[in-house]
Design a protein around this ligand. Structure first.
Ligand code: HEM
Length: 381
């Protein structure tokens, strides 16, 4: 099979992993002239970049992408994912404690219930995107009837933020930001005792900006959920398709999910921007440089996991960078695993024909960082 042409094409390549293995072995942290970025791929280099104080989530000269319209920019500038330092820490605490308020049983049951509701011929094509959004939307207290529109807007918002988004996507993202802000403002006004209000109390300490920061981060929870969870569901369906024996052991789902997350990560890379000169893993990086941090390559570094290319649900001491590392590590890890567990146990028991449908064909959603299978629409017979 041909190799991906570069690290940005790798996430949507049928098999990027031999390309990544080559990077890990030969060029764990190097300057790539064609993309004009540093590329970090080994577990050591990825860990070092993600925890280095000079490596920030946004360039200091452009904290908000200039291309964004005013609505999308108003959301982006508050996102916990897009801030470092004093703004990041208290907002991260508010987000983590809000997400920490949900338990396995509640999330798994909600995912099962919604998977049943979202049945139908479009299931495999659209469920990976609709289901996570509707579960997280309900946890945030959004009204049931608005959820399909919220899912569409979240997809538009995410695509509008993606690096290199064209004018159409930027405009759709801008409309989506306005739509989502309205939905959350209305939800907060309508339910002063609901989950969103609880989250709002956590944001009070941010002063005058608190309410806007809260609303932005509620949208951020939806946008962080959207592609990554669809990728996890899709990559797990593909793993089950390739390994029929696993389908006979539904009790293993939590372990299967953990191994899929390591072996075929839905978020393949992230980026860091140098706020000042730094020496990392013996390389001199300069203020203003960008680093592409390939989490999915580090997961398969033999220094991190023994026999890393083998898919092994019984793997002992599994280690993974899929949810990041350091201060920006993902606070949604537990939630997303419960959600995917509930959805897949329902799909596999209620619909044994599901994998036949998956076998009909799959492509990947165009992306420079996500690995998100897109299953063909099912044809009614
Ligand atoms: C399989 C699903 C998911 C994966 C693989 C994933 C992965 C990640 C990664 C790698 C980061 C760190 C990015 C970086 O440091 O550059 C991150 C951050 C984040 N994720 Fe997730 N995520 C997933 C699902 C979720 C869900 C469901 C939520 C919330 C409901 C969520 C909320 C967040 C937030 C708020 C951040 C920003 C944290 C910070 O910057 O401090 N994620 N995620």
């Amino acid at each position: 099979m041909s190799q991906p042409k570069d690290a940005l094409a790798a996430p949507t390549h049928p098999d990027p992993y031999s390309f990544y293995a080559e990077l890990v072995a030969r060029r764990p942290l190097f300057w790539d002239e064609s993309s004009r970025m540093w590329i970090a791929s080994s577990a050591r280099a990825v860990g070092a970049v993600l925890t280095h104080p000079a490596c920030r989530v946004r360039p200091v000269t452009e904290p908000v992408p200039r291309a964004l319209g005013p609505g999308a920019a108003a959301v982006f500038r508050h996102l916990v994912r897009m801030n470092d330092g004093p703004v990041h820490c208290p907002m991260k605490q508010a987000v983590s404690s809000f997400l920490g308020g949900f338990g396995e049983r509640q999330v798994r049951e909600e995912a099962r219930r919604r998977t049943r509701l979202l049945g139908g011929p479009e299931r495999l094509h659209s469920l990976p995107f609709q289901l996570p959004l509707s579960v997280v939307g309900r946890l945030l207290g959004l009204s049931e009837d608005g959820l399909p529109q919220v899912a569409v807007w979240t997809g538009d918002f995410v695509r509008g933020l993606a690096p290199g988004a064209d004018m159409d996507r930027l405009e759709a993202g801008e409309r989506a930001a306005h739509g989502l802000l309205e939905v959350f403002r209305a939800a907060l006004a309508a339910d002063v005792a609901g989950p969103l209000a609880l989250f709002a109390r956590g944001a009070e300490r941010f002063g005058a900006q608190g309410r806007e920061a809260l609303l932005a981060n509620a949208i951020g929870l939806l946008s962080q959920t959207h592609d990554a969870t669809a990728g996890l569901l899709g990559n797990t369906v593909l793993a089950l398709l390739g390994q029929p024996a696993l389908r006979e052991r539904p009790g293993l789902l939590p372990h299967i999910l953990d191994e899929v997350l390591r072996h075929d990560a839905p978020v393949q890379n992230t980026r860091r921007f140098l706020a000042e000169d730094a020496v990392i893993e013996g390389q001199r990086l300069a203020a203003g440089d960008t680093v592409l941090v390939i989490l999915a390559a580090a997961n398969r570094d033999p220094a991190l996991n023994e026999d890393p290319h083998r898919f092994d649900v019984d793997r002992k001491a599994r280690r993974s960078f899929t949810f990041g590392a350091g201060v920006h590590a993902c606070p949604g890890e537990a939630l997303v695993k419960w959600m995917a567990w509930g959805a897949l146990e329902e799909l596999l028991t209620a619909d044994p024909g599901l994998l036949r449908a998956a076998a009909r064909g799959v492509s990947y959603v165009p992306s420079v960082n996500g690995r998100i299978p897109l299953f063909q629409r099912e044809v009614r017979s």
